[in-house]
Design a protein around this ligand. Structure first.
Ligand code: DAH
Length: 346
């Protein structure tokens, strides 16, 4: 029964025939099924088996040949399918572009402000958003009863959940607080720009939000004058809004500067002629500024007889509104991609 054993051995082999490509498959076909193949050889052997064994062995041999043929056909179909798939793919086609995000308009404008001031020697300083009264108000010469400290304006952080008593922990309501950290930690000359997020307890509307962004500037050295402040602000305004831009300073009041001013730029929409945007005045307000109050210098450990300085603070949303005409403040924090995509090329 050597023939039967041989048939069985081959049957076991062909059941898991494998080929990696059409050439390997053809080699298998030759090995088993060609004229000189192993299965053909068994058929030759079959001729000389005794008659009584012919029936059983004949069936087995046929089964072996059919199994081999169908396994080889199965493998062939797999290769053909793969080739057809490869033919359908256009490998020369450029892939779909990766969807890139866009930069937020407030980041674009903040970076532009940083860039403009860095060209005249300002470096960036950061401070905490969760602050204490001392750094946000006390050192900045706010009188104890100043209304800015009121709960109506300032978010206080409750020490115990549910206990709504003013505490000493609060969210900064302006980036002027960064000044106090810088002055306490650095010796003049100081020339820093402090960008950051600020919080105020306001009802959210198109024109007000409970958080927004400011950029504070501080320059302290010997003999810093109001004329230096004006020069720096004129330079900034021309860089930001174009070389035709004019500025004007109006007297104002801030506890931490003396004298204090608010600065307007000539309306960049009508060029100063008067339009609905500037309420026909030709001017739009963009920032507050002044000479650092000697009380503030002293409170932060800087000798006010030796040093003087100027400070200014502006709202990033306000500047963005002037540059890109975003009428509703809420758009800045809604993350609506239809809004954000409009800044793709900026
Ligand atoms: N801190 C002021 C505000 O939030 C802005 C400001 C005004 C900053 C005058 C200054 C300044 O440094 O000199 O409204």
């Amino acid at each position: 029964m050597a023939l039967k054993d041989n048939i069985q051995t081959l049957l076991a082999q062909v059941n898991d025939l494998k080929a990696n490509n059409a050439e390997e498959l053809e080699a298998l076909r030759i090995k088993y099924l060609s004229k000189k193949g192993e299965i053909t050889a068994l058929f030759n052997e079959f001729r000389s088996v005794p008659n009584e064994e012919k029936r059983e062995l004949g069936q087995l041999l046929n089964h072996l040949r059919q199994t081999t043929e169908s396994r080889i056909n199965e493998l062939r179909e797999q290769f053909e399918q793969k080739t057809a798939e490869a033919d359908r793919l256009d490998l020369t086609r450029t892939p779909d572009p990766i969807a890139l995000g866009t930069r937020h308009p407030l980041s674009l404008v903040r970076e532009e402000i940083e860039d403009i001031f860095s060209r005249i020697g300002f470096t960036i300083a950061q401070g905490p958003e969760v602050e204490d009264d001392k750094h946000v108000y006390g050192l900045l010469n706010f009188a104890p009863e100043h209304p800015a400290r009121d709960m109506q304006d300032t978010f206080f952080v409750e020490k115990e959940i549910g206990v709504q008593k003013p505490t000493d922990v609060l969210l900064r309501s302006h980036t002027s607080s960064v000044q106090t950290h810088v002055m306490a930690n650095q010796k003049p000359p100081i020339r820093v720009l402090c960008p950051g997020r600020v919080y105020r307890n306001e009802a959210i509307s198109a024109r007000a939000h409970c958080f927004f962004h400011q950029v504070e500037g501080l320059y302290i050295d010997k003999n810093v004058s109001f004329a230096d402040l004006r020069e720096a602000l004129l330079y900034f305004s021309k860089e930001m809004f174009g070389p035709e831009t004019k500025i004007r300073l109006r007297p104002s009041y801030f506890p931490f500067t003396e004298p204090s001013a608010e600065m307007d730029i000539s309306c960049n929409i009508c060029g100063g002629k008067g339009c609905s945007f500037c309420k026909n005045t030709g001017w739009v307000e963009i920032l507050g500024c002044g000479m650092v109050d000697p009380n503030v210098l002293e409170a932060c450990g800087i000798d006010s007889k030796e040093y003087s300085g100027y400070a200014f603070g502006m709202g990033v949303e306000r500047i963005t509104n002037l540059k890109y005409r975003v009428k509703d403040l809420r758009l800045f924090s809604e993350n609506d991609v239809r809004f954000l995509r409009q800044f793709e090329s900026c």
